[in-house]
Design a binder for this molecule. Structure first.
Ligand SMILES: C[S@@+](CC[C@H](N)C(=O)[O-])C[C@H]1O[C@@H](n2cnc3c(N)ncnc32)[C@H](O)[C@@H]1O
Length: 272
């Protein structure tokens, strides 16, 4: 590791603080404090490429909350959160356990800061855990002892893949990968996902892709059909595949806005 540890003791030893990561850039965009100068510089470049990127992140996080609440209302009491990120405002276990005490949550991430802080946060919660794994290796995730201990795959699971699909390169076969996760789930399970798209003229996909090449996480925007394919065999609940702010907006959310600026497709599907 190079660079100074200006951020202090909380930095796990294996972190490369000079190479920005998606987890820490996202943390910074949401107003969090677990990021380094390199992440903030990259975020500034991202803001130049896509000036509303903070809003994109905020709307994504708000979608995550509504999707979790929808699943809770549908009877889901256990969640598998792929690419869960650095704990921030409105974590899945907080939302879910507040609404339904005892709900179990398995977080999965491979970014050392995300893993370390999730571990700290969850130390006293017997119903939530972080699995340090690469989600492109589904067996590592699904067969992890903590996953098996926490989740009952004979019962419905809420699978969360929120701003994670676009980090999966084509050679890792995103459709096949999602199929592997979906197949592990019982009827009544749900999948919620958001995914970067360059279908919209208001999103400079090429510039975002170029900017993110300097990070540990390249991005791969995808078109509507490719995103729909990630739900294969699941039935999309109303209103189908839309953008983050359009998915079941809450009462009072009547902003007049160009929803294409959300930049992320969002949807929830249910295994029949
Ligand atoms: C933008 S954050 C999203 C956090 C959260 N899901 C949300 O939407 O609020 C994306 C996260 O995915 C993680 N990630 C990316 N590729 C991954 C992989 N192959 N395995 C595990 N985690 C991954 C990153 O480390 C990062 O924490």
């Amino acid at each position: 590791m190079t660079g100074s540890r200006a951020a202090g003791e909380w930095v796990p030893a294996e972190v490369d603080i000079d190479r920005p990561s998606a987890a820490r850039i996202y943390d910074y965009l949401l107003g969090g404090g677990h990021n380094f100068a390199s992440d903030r510089e990259l975020a500034a470049r991202l803001l130049a490429a896509q000036p509303n990127v903070r809003e994109i992140a905020r709307l994504n996080r708000a979608f995550l909350r509504r999707a979790v609440m929808f699943m809770i209302e549908s009877g889901v009491r256990q969640f598998l959160d792929l690419g869960s990120g650095i704990p921030t405002v409105g974590n899945v276990h907080e939302i879910a356990q507040n609404a339904a005490p005892g709900t179990r949550v398995v977080y999965v991430d491979y970014e050392p800061v995300a893993v370390a802080h999730s571990r700290l946060l969850l130390a006293d919660d017997p119903d939530a855990v972080i699995v340090d794994a690469d989600i492109t290796r589904p067996d590592d995730v699904l067969d992890a002892p903590a996953t098996r201990r926490m989740l009952d795959f004979d019962q419905p699971v809420g699978l969360l893949a929120v701003t994670i699909g676009h980090y999966i390169p084509p050679e890792a076969d995103p459709a096949g990968l999602f199929a592997r996760y979906r197949e592990a789930l019982a009827p009544g399970s749900h999948l919620a996902l958001t995914h970067l798209t360059d279908d919209f003229a208001t999103v400079d996909g090429e510039r975002i892709v170029e900017t993110m090449k300097a990070t540990q996480n390249n991005v791969f925007p995808r078109g509507r059909q490719e995103v729909l394919d990630l739900f294969a065999g699941f039935e999309l609940v109303e209103p189908g595949l839309v953008t983050t702010s359009q998915w079941r907006p809450e009462n009072g959310f009547h902003e007049v806005r160009d929803v294409q600026q959300d930049a992320l497709y969002a949807g929830v599907g249910r295994r029949p």
